[in-house]
Design a protein around this ligand. Structure first.
Ligand code: TXA
Ligand code: MG
Length: 323
């Protein structure tokens, strides 16, 4: 059997045997295991070299299946799920005891989401357990948006990579914690903050806050470390023209939003020549990888407009630039 393919039956069997399978989603590829089998879930932490305090998301095929994993589905959560599932939204809710502690890293809440990818939805319908899956990259590195990205780094750790092509959204899900009437955005992602706000505002009593993870606070979402999505190369975020002067002796790689500069040497990748934030999100991680794998010595990136998906992109760029 080839490592990468579309064989759903093979993927299903590997998961039933407690092995790891990389799965496509609309956001990024996930490294999946049977979420009810603690021994299988351990393998995820090992393969990614992921700190044991960082909990995993459970992927299910429907709201009904999500309800079976949590104690309560408050009105705001239900409204968000009805609006955005299947799609790039993760809801963090109070978990039931049937969810193994290793999935939630000992927390009493669990992240659940219904991904929007036909192959993975078909796979989920063929099994009777949820799939625990973080992004399929070594902990701290750039997330994978193609099956090849997964193979480059985890080929010896997965039984199979289900080939769903290039991810349509390209950045991870928006994570929203709902506790009664209190709704908290824990991670910016594929659903714009503006849209979450709109939907939460339609729910009587519900209050929305945004929990920006930063260095000074213990993050409410344990995975929101300051440094993340980080290329191995030196990565500098800021005014590219200015930084080009600063690094003029070096071979430079540039990641720009939509306008192309003329470079004498080095590489420039433009996230979206037409200035579209969705296109930029779709290209972000693969362009970061390309620059990281090229022979440039330093990568210079500029922030994108800070609205809609741009906020989530800037969040990734900031973390990529942090030491
Ligand atoms: O789009 C996505 O969300 C992708 C695809 C594969 O679904 N998954 C993903 O997983 O990005 P991961 O593990 O790379 O990021 C999940 C984030 C982590 O920062 C983790 O700390 C947070 O979700 N998280 C998970 N469960 C949580 C919980 N119970 N409370 C707070 N944060 C939680
Ligand atoms: Mg990740």
């Amino acid at each position: 059997m080839e490592l990468i393919g579309k064989n759903l039956e093979f993927a299903r069997k590997a998961l039933m045997d407690g092995n790891l399978v990389a799965i496509p989603t609309e956001t990024v590829y996930g490294l999946a295991a049977n979420g009810m089998n603690a021994d299988a879930v351990v393998k995820i932490y090992e393969a990614k070299n992921r700190p044991s305090f960082n909990p995993l998301i459970l992927h299910v095929e429907s709201i009904l299946k999500a309800k079976q994993l949590v104690i309560e589905f408050p009105p705001a959560a239900l409204h968000l799920a009805e609006k955005f599932w299947p799609g790039p939204l993760t809801l963090v809710l109070q978990k039931k005891d049937i969810v193994p502690d290793i999935v939630s890293a000992g927390l009493d809440s669990v992240g659940v989401r219904v991904p929007r990818h036909p192959l993975t939805l078909a796979l989920l319908k063929s099994i009777d357990f949820p799939l625990a899956a973080p992004s399929a990259n070594p902990s701290g590195y750039v997330s994978p948006t193609t099956p090849q990205h997964v193979a480059e780094q985890l080929q010896n750790k997965v039984a199979y990579i289900l080939d769903g092509g290039k991810c349509e959204v390209g950045i991870e899900s928006t994570i929203v914690k709902v506790n009664g009437d209190e709704v908290t955005i824990l991670r910016l992602g594929g659903i714009e903050m503006e849209k979450i706000k709109e939907v939460v505002n339609e729910v009587p009593w519900a209050r929305l806050r945004f929990h920006a993870a930063n260095e000074d606070q213990k993050p409410e979402s344990p995975g929101m470390m300051t440094s993340h999505y980080a290329p191995r190369k030196r990565f500098v975020l800021g005014d590219v023209a200015e930084n080009m002067k600063k690094f003029s002796g070096k071979k430079i790689g540039i990641l720009s939003f939509h306008h192309q500069r003329t470079l004498r040497t080095g590489i420039e990748l433009v996230l979206s020549p037409r200035g579209d934030l969705h296109e930029a999100a779709r290209n972000l991680f693969s362009y970061l990888r390309m620059l990281d794998e090229s022979d440039v010595e330093v990568i210079l990136a500029e922030p994108v407009p800070d609205k809609g998906l741009g906020r989530a992109i800037n969040d990734r760029l900031k973390r990529a630039a942090a030491d």
